[in-house]
Design a protein around this ligand. Structure first.
Ligand code: FE2
Length: 146
């Protein structure tokens, strides 16, 4: 079965903790896609899409927190704008959850697709820039290991 979001090896930053969290987020997004496509979303034996997006919100918050701690540790120069991107996504997720809970929005695959694009663009543009910084300052494993 084709995955909703396929991990690509060139998304690895070479920082184990962050990479593992990214992999987990990708898995969670796929899990949410599966649950949206299931015949009875939210039936007794599985979490509802709403519960899953709440889980995504929690995981994302934890992930951003460790990524930000890591950026501070290695004196990453674009910390402020990166932090702003994280804050914007968290605000969007909060708003999305509120709209779903209040019944003003239906959580569907289109919404998940825009979250997916945000995640991919953020990892490719902003997170990989951290890896470039690490490499430039010889703080990271050699490039062939990235
Ligand atoms: Fe990030």
């Amino acid at each position: 079965m084709k995955r909703f979001l396929s991990w690509r090896d060139d998304w690895y930053l070479g920082v184990e903790e962050i990479d593992n969290q990214h992999l987990r987020l990708v898995e969670l997004v796929n899990h949410i896609a599966d649950s949206l496509e299931a015949e009875n979303p939210g039936s007794a034996d599985q979490a509802s899409p709403l519960e899953l997006i709440q889980r995504l919100q929690v995981e994302t918050r934890l992930h951003f927190r460790s990524e930000e701690a890591f950026m501070r540790e290695c004196d990453y120069p674009d910390y402020v704008s990166h932090h702003r991107e994280h804050a914007m996504l968290q605000a969007e997720l909060r708003e999305l959850l509120r709209e779903i809970e209040e019944g003003r929005r239906k959580f569907d695959i289109d919404t998940l697709t825009s979250l997916k694009h945000w995640l991919i663009n953020h990892v490719i543009d902003s997170d990989l820039d951290i890896a470039r910084h690490l490499h430039k300052h010889k703080l990271a494993p050699a490039e062939d290991q990235l």
